[in-house]
Design a binder for this molecule. Structure first.
Ligand SMILES: Nc1nc2c(ncn2[C@@H]2O[C@H](COP(=O)(O)OP(=O)(O)OP(=O)(O)O)[C@@H](O)[C@H]2O)c(=O)[nH]1
Length: 315
């Protein structure tokens, strides 16, 4: 939130004389600013349907408690969570101004002490604060997303998967339908042994891209670790769709992966165990354990795909 050349500033104040004084002061203090004046919270809020402001000067003494209420409404609104809001206070209002800061105001300025320099100083400082907060926010979001991402493939990682499971099992609300495909690559270790670890990484990345290319936008692909992947299909597809999806995934896993010199480094495919909720009885965790067992069964029997609780699909 940098202060641009011509910030849009809203002045919300019910006193006609203060509207004049502050509009005048703003035109000298911030010559490029575009200032819009509102006499009450309601008029200001309805203007937000078609306008956006970079900074708000808000009279703390609007009728009733509407100045403080407006402040809280704005801070709950994602667009205005970080926008500088400066409270204009009357004489002896410092205690209330401090309360306003606790409720999210960026700063306050006593009307008695206000002049062009003070106004400019407080607005510039508020923009700097907002910029700092925005950068901290971005860093936090980046850290959160890194913590949920597998660095090699860019897929969601095990901790993101656990988060997802908690949401699926979610408290008192019955989980929605879902299907889970537990995938483990076949004979992946020899890639590392024969072509080196970088070649193994190349295979894992290629498998990750392949999986992402075949699922629907509502589905999620995770790398749980090593050569173990998991696809979560939400909402759970019909039996026929699920069989089609499992087959597409299985086929995609079998596509050969080449080195830069076009040597084929992997074509081992994967074993896929599939379980569905609510068709597979038990809790969300039990459904996962079932998919895991199905994957081992697929690996042992060389069947490629084993779908549990879909007898018609597993002749
Ligand atoms: N290149 C690479 N290798 C990894 C990574 N993480 C784990 N591995 C290797 O992946 C291999 C996985 O072992 P296994 O699943 O037992 O090997 P596999 O040959 O696929 O065995 P089967 O599943 O029985 O066919 C191990 O050799 C790990 O060292 C990674 O991030 N990059």
């Amino acid at each position: 939130m940098t202060m641009n050349e011509s910030p849009r500033i809203a002045l919300v104040d019910d006193s006609a004389s203060d509207q004049l004084i502050f509009s005048d002061m703003l035109s000298t203090a911030m010559p490029g600013a575009v200032v819009e004046v509102f006499s009450d919270a309601e008029a200001f809020l309805s203007s937000l349907e078609h306008a956006h402001f970079d900074c708000i000067l808000l009279d703390l003494n609007l009728p009733g408690d509407s100045g403080m209420e407006l402040l809280q409404v704005l801070r709950r609104e994602p667009r205005y969570r970080l926008v500088p809001i400066i409270m204009l206070t009357g004489w002896g209002n410092e205690a209330v101004a401090v309360k306003a800061i606790k409720r999210g105001a960026t700063d306050y300025l006593s009307k008695r002490d206000a002049d062009e320099q003070a106004l400019r100083r407080v607005i510039e400082a508020a923009f700097e604060d907002a910029l700092r907060e925005q950068q901290e926010d971005q860093q936090l979001n980046l850290l959160k997303s890194q913590a949920r991402t597998d660095a090699l493939t860019g897929l969601l990682n095990r901790s993101a998967f656990e988060e997802c499971l908690r949401a699926l099992s979610g408290g008192d609300v019955a989980p929605r339908s879902f299907a889970v495909l537990n995938i483990d690559l076949n004979k992946f270790k020899p890639v590392n042994d024969n072509f080196g670890h970088a070649a193994g990484d190349r295979v894992l990345k290629s498998i990750a891209q392949g999986l992402q290319s075949v699922v629907r936008t509502s589905d999620r692909v995770f790398r749980l670790g090593g050569d173990e992947f998991l696809v979560l299909l939400t909402p759970g597809p019909s039996e026929a769709e699920l069989a089609g999806m499992a087959e597409r995934i299985h086929a995609r896993l079998h596509e050969p992966v080449f080195a830069e010199d076009r040597t084929c480094i992997y074509a081992g495919g994967g074993s896929v165990g599939v379980a569905r909720y609510p068709q597979t009885s038990g809790s969300v965790d039990e459904v996962l354990a079932t998919a895991d067992r199905a994957m081992y069964e697929a690996k042992k029997s060389g069947r490629g795909v084993v779908i549990v609780d879909a007898a018609a699909l597993n002749p």
